[in-house]
Unconditional design. Sequence first.
Length: 427
Amino acid sequence: MNRMLFWLTPLFLSAHLTNAQAPEPVFNYDEAKVGTYKLPNPLTSNTGKPVKTRADWENRRAELIQLFAENVYGQTPKQTIKLRFQTTAVDSSALNGLAIRKMVSIFFVDYPQVPSIDVLLYLPKSKKVAPVFLGLNFCGNHCVTTEADIPLSTRWMISGAVGEAAVNNRNGEPRATEKFRGMQARRWPIEMIIKRGYALATAYYGDIEPDHPQGWRSGIRSVLGDTTKADNWGAIGAWGWGMSRILDYLQTEPRIDSKRVITIGHSRIGKAAVWAGAQDDRFAAVISNESGEGGAALSRRWYGETVERINTSFPHWFCGRYKTYNKNVANLPVDQHELLALIAPRPLYVASANDDQWSDPKGEFLGAVNAEPVYRLYGKTGLGTATFPALNQSVGQTVRYHDRTGKHDVTDYDWEQYLRFADELVR
Ligand code: GTR
């Protein structure tokens, strides 16, 4: 279907041109048409100096974070925010006695108008202290499990991702209904995670910012940042910031090994997870599940989603300045392999799916390949290969990659790889 779209577009395009309208963007799914591009070198400083040592890299790392903040995601506010953690429920025998389940709300003491982040935490009873996967969810904590006693989120609810299950409230805003319960449980194999000795922490991404262009008005960006600036933070920056606030809470939780917090994210939340992991090195490892454009996929590679398209469809995700690269991606001072390199020397997993060509699996793979020199600086092998693997084959060392069969999703196959990755590398 994607290929069809590509072949149909020129017809569409010429019809439009005769009407003297702006050409429709063309999305490429043909490897032969990708063309050539030159990636910026992560190991060359802003002033052109080669980065040779780990100490050099630490300076370069700060430069790169700044470049991503100025040009892509916007500046993450630096100020420390007073947080209050309130446990609202504890079930010491959840999941048939396998887990302790806690619900904890994170309040922003000086900004009572900003909604809390409501964390759902499962802790394995088999361990006194456990490593944890931390990931935001797309449609509320009640979506990740069928358990009937998780309160339905009362916040704005994304409707595209969950179809007709959302109903409008009195103000015409979509809200969750009982139909949402467990709707994405398949993506969150909590029992499997718990049985392997890991905890799981999740929260609804819409708690931090509702995912639409006006969403910032009711989220954390309504009080932090500066909307007049071209490098004001976008929604992805806010979601990433929220992950760090959940980590702040996890550091206070005695049953959590806070040195082993693995951040995981799918798709747009994957973009946020990588940006969070890049900035906040308290995250011990990062997992990007089909994060695609603006995530693990190279921006300069013309394949699938483009910078222009993402900025047009989702104008609130990135900073204003990112839009100035819509038609000249080659001028971006960074590319996404450098974002992945910011995770080094920590373990990183980049995963694709072969029916998800929109995310550009090969571009995600090449993002990981081109982060290699930075892992080498730390004496680590990153991916250790530049050969695209066969389907359903996990490759690499400190950096891992797979291209799963199937569509844009998070499956048990993906989780099995992530659990093995965590067992082997996040010790
Ligand atoms: C798509 C978007 C992708 C990806 C995806 C998702 O519409 O083009 O970049 O983020 O949404 O989050 O599911």
